[in-house]
Write a new protein. Sequence first.
Length: 133
Amino acid sequence: AHAARDATVSAGRIAGEAIGLRARRMEARATLMRAKAKSIRAQSAAGDKEFERADQLLSEATDLLRDAREVLSDDQACDAQFDAMKSSLREATKAVRTQAENTRKSIEQVLADTDKMVGALESNEARAAEQKP
């Protein structure tokens, strides 16, 4: 009877741990789906040249990835996939920031070129005014 009771307790513990793992994996999956949604929204924002918003959304997706990894901290089965996702998010964030910087530089160049053109036109007008026929 004692052995049967120990076996039952052991089986119950194993079943409880399995259910707990499944529950944590379901929670992590839901969190990762939220991270995916943020990433899709970031992709759309970047396509619309809303780089600051895209950067913010990718940051939020990174936070959600961290949360999901924390939920599964004792489950090493997904570590490689988490590492790959973290790397992909890091690269996406870097790309958005680079694109934003390139866009900013392009706009600054347009402004500088416009200033040069306005200055040249002002100078030409001043010379023309001095040479009144």
